[in-house]
Write a protein of this length. Structure first.
Length: 608
């Protein structure tokens, strides 16, 4: 008889699940375990009957809890079916939709199902929790550019309660520059111990010591959690500059927000041998670093998708160049607590041999960074495309550490082609085809902060020229048209006594050959008119032909942008700006400085 009662007859299912929900409010794990024994033998149809007819739609919290309980005690498929059924019956509560989205995200069906389902619901009057969850599901589905576009659009329309989440998104994406700039623009009434910590944490990644010290001093004046937040930030800084083991021993205990909890957990797990922290002086911790010895004397700074892997493979052929280090060490761009490029079997299969060139581990300290180079080699190269995105303060730190005589190589490419290649490359991590995304979604990727910044060649060049004089601009056009001559010219700039060799024409780290759709080319051509203006004025050379080449390709394709594409643009955060840039195709080559206030050179949204 007892065995029969454990089967939870349908008539008792309402009471059973209500009891589970009540138990979950205080002990979710116990609720799952209890329900597992009860529901495991219950027919899914009975559960559907309960969710659809017996559980009041006026009690959405219980429905959401039921969905989570079913997912953990029974199956994600059953929980998803319950959630869909509740929506079909008219339930439109944020909690229920969030619960269904969370379940959809762990199903084996395409992971973009969750954000698509949420976007299909009206977004008016949604809670911050709903909107943040939608952005999070975009990101965990490998569509970070859609998360950024979504959050930027909402902030632009006045949702100031999402500014912090946008900063966190950039932080999680390791776009320290965008996160730092946004956080530093917060009003005083928006500053909290957490936002001060995040600002200082971005400065840690960018090696901006004075800003870290300022953040610590502010935190120490704040009540409650200020002191523990300051202690954690000091430990992270100690890890960054040289002593992760000591930092781990000093890591404070306590409850922290998720991003800070991740920092604390990484510190406590640090197993790197103790290293000496240089004493801080009034001139800064990096001023007295001793002989620069085996630090790099050639720096490839990017941009991304501008033949930087080709450049690295050519340089490493020379006998006087160290050959055992990897291509992208990313020390100055802040990858010290996690791998620079998380492993991906799919991506490795796409990249093949090129994938072997990437440094997969974090570069933990200056001493660690120095140890990655051979001191017996005359030339030591760090080729990290992220460096082109560093703010001026971080570039100054590069000069402090490496000295002013380092040879800098900046590679550039037609911004239309670079943007398309960037999108295809980013999608190699998830295996997505770019044309599986809508036109509006692709334009959101083209307008992300990082993508726009990576096309702003002149601003990058001007920033680095403030601190270095030996800078070579390398055009992808020249690599394609005359690779041998380009390599010989590069050898002379670097100072090689002998040539590198003639076998240099083969492309490296290429993406799938997918033609850029006409509407996308039209969009990018209009968007980057200001880029062409600046490149023609400052870079010259092949940049003088970029605009005319793209115009010829558009003329060959003929026609105007489709009405559907124009309508789609207005759903993206920068769509109106892009349409303003574009105007009529017949006038696409006009100057566009009158629109440049809408998108700043760094690609950040102006939120005045």
């Amino acid at each position: 008889m007892a065995e029969a009662s454990d089967r939870a007859p349908c008539g008792d299912l309402s009471a059973l699940l209500h009891h589970a929900c009540a138990l979950a409010a205080t002990d979710f794990a116990a609720a799952v375990a209890w329900l597992q024994a009860k529901v495991a033998t219950t027919l899914p149809a009975e559960v559907m009957t309960f969710v659809g007819k017996r559980l009041s739609i006026a009690d959405p919290g219980a429905i959401a809890c039921t969905i989570y309980l079913l997912a953990q005690a029974h199956s994600a498929d059953l929980a998803a079916a319950a959630g869909w059924h509740a929506l079909e019956l008219g339930c439109d509560d944020d909690q229920v939709i969030i619960a269904l989205a969370d379940v959809l995200q762990v199903q084996t069906s395409p992971r973009q199902t969750a954000p698509v389902m949420m976007r299909q619901r009206s977004l008016e009057h949604r809670s911050a929790a709903f909107l943040i969850k939608l952005a999070d599901h975009y990101r965990t589905s490998g569509q970070g550019f859609l998360a950024e576009d979504f959050l930027r659009g909402l902030v632009r329309r006045g949702r100031n309660d999402l500014v912090l989440r946008l900063a966190e998104h950039w932080f999680e994406s390791q776009d320290w520059r965008s996160a730092r700039e946004l956080l530093r623009r917060l009003a005083l009434d928006q500053m909290t111990p957490y936002t001060v910590y995040l600002t200082g944490r971005c400065s840690v990644s960018l090696l901006l010591e004075d800003e870290v010290v300022e953040a610590v001093e502010i935190l120490l004046t704040l009540p409650d959690v200020g002191r523990s937040y300051a202690a954690l930030l000091q430990c992270v800084w100690a890890w960054r500059v040289g002593d992760p083991a000591a930092a781990a021993r000093s890591c404070p205990d306590g409850e922290f927000p998720p991003l800070m909890t991740r920092d604390a957990a990484a510190l406590r797990a640090a197993t790197v041998a103790p290293l000496t922290i240089p004493p801080r002086t009034s001139a800064g911790v990096w001023r007295d670093i001793g002989a620069r010895g085996n630090l790099p004397n050639i720096l490839g700074i990017g941009m991304q998708r501008t033949a930087t892997t080709w450049l690295w493979k050519q340089l490493r052929k020379h006998p006087d160049v160290q050959a055992r280090t990897f291509k992208e060490l990313a020390f100055f761009s802040g990858h010290f607590d996690s791998p620079n490029r998380p492993g991906s079997d799919l991506r490795d299969a796409v990249l093949g041999e090129a994938g072997d060139l990437y440094w997969q581990g974090p570069t933990r300290s200056l001493q660690h960074y120095r140890g990655l180079f051979e001191d017996t080699k005359r030339f030591r190269v760090d080729n990290s495309p992220d460096y082109a995105e560093l703010p001026a303060e971080a570039v100054a730190r590069v000069r402090d550490i490496l000295g002013p005589d380092v040879k800098i190589i900046l590679s550039v490419r037609d911004p239309v082609d670079r943007s398309w290649s960037n999108l295809k490359y980013d999608l190699t991590y998830t295996g997505e085809h770019p044309l599986n995304f809508s036109f509006a979604q692709r334009t959101a990727a083209f307008c992300s902060a990082a993508t726009l910044r990576r096309c702003d060649y002149v601003s990058v060049l001007e920033t680095w020229r403030r601190f270095f004089t030996n800078i070579k601009v390398l055009f992808v056009d020249d690599i394609i048209a005359r690779p041998g001559d380009t390599l010989a010219d590069l050898s002379r700039f670097v100072g090689f006594d002998s040539s590198i060799g003639d076998d240099c024409a083969a492309p490296v780290n290429i993406t799938d050959s997918i033609d850029l759709p006409r509407d996308d080319r039209m969009f990018l051509f209009g968007l980057h008119q200001h880029t062409y203006d600046a490149a023609e004025a400052v870079l010259g050379g092949p940049a003088l032909g970029w605009r005319s080449r793209q115009r010829a390709l558009l003329d060959a394709a003929a026609g105007q942008m489709s009405d559907k594409s124009r309508a789609d643009l207005r759903t993206t955060s920068n769509g109106d700006n892009a349409l303003a840039y574009m105007g009529d195709l017949r006038d696409a080559s006009r100057k566009t400085s009158d629109h440049s206030h809408s998108i700043v050179p760094g690609g950040l949204l102006v939120m005045s």
